[in-house]
Design a protein around this ligand. Structure first.
Ligand code: SAH
Length: 212
């Protein structure tokens, strides 16, 4: 259930669902997704589903992780600096770390942030800089970023995040409420922002403040 063969089958399914970017498919084929959930759930890690990670949060389904990364790479093929809001299990973070030089990742729930920090060490992923904080305002000191990926749904696109993009930078963010959300891609160019609605999405909400 956690073998390379199971992972290959997941990647074939992703291709059938329309994921085409070879770098993304490659990374998902290599990365042991079952190590990002509790052992009791490891046998379900390669199913096409979101999985609970505690604290009412979920590890996103493989399709959406792949899609968000693909949308990013289409606009920005060699990202140097990426900001992620919502570290969660760290799986999307690890995917981003495999396609970029540095990933800054913010999580508002302390135990999740700490658990994931250890996970990155165990997996020898050294180009991720985790932070326990409210990410709605981004992480301005480390910016600007080539790309920003938000893995929780916001009621609108936070201005603070847009303003931390490099020129040519791209923001991938689900926008909406718990009933209806759309995945958006926002590209910055010379102080202007081009906004695209990509497809419907289903994420846990982006919430303000921190939890200890
Ligand atoms: N990419 C993660 C998704 C986890 S779910 C994964 O695949 O595992 C979304 C995460 O966003 C949760 O861990 C939640 O605590 C976090 N989150 C929600 N609002 C946040 C905020 N304002 N700042 C930082 N993290 C936030």
């Amino acid at each position: 259930m956690t073998s390379p063969r199971t992972r290959e089958r997941m990647v074939i399914r992703l291709q059938e669902q329309g994921i085409y970017h070879s770098q993304v498919l490659d990374v998902l084929n290599r990365l042991p997704r079952h190590l990002f959930v509790d052992e009791a759930l490891a046998h379900r890690a390669y199913e096409d589903t979101a999985l609970p990670i505690g604290y009412q949060q979920t590890l996103s389904q493989p399709y959406i992780v792949a899609r968000m990364t693909e949308l990013l790479l289409e606009k920005c093929p060699h990202p140097r600096k990426v900001l992620e809001i919502g570290t969660g299990s760290g799986y999307q973070t690890a995917v981003l770390a495999a396609v970029s030089d540095h990933v800054y990742s913010v999580e508002r729930i302390r135990p999740l942030s700490e658990k994931t920090r250890k996970r990155f060490q165990q997996l020898k992923i050294y180009n991720v800089f985790p932070r326990y904080a409210d990410g709605t305002l981004g992480w301005r000191e480390k910016g600007p970023y080539d790309a920003i990926v938000v893995t929780a749904a916001s009621s609108s696109v936070p201005e603070a995040l847009k303003s931390q993009l490099c020129s040519g930078g791209v923001l991938i963010i689900p926008v909406g409420n718990q009933e209806s959300q759309v995945l958006k891609r926002i590209t910055a160019a010379y102080g202007q922002y081009q906004e695209e609605d990509i497809e419907p999405a289903r994420f846990v909400p982006l919430l303000e403040g921190r939890i200890r």
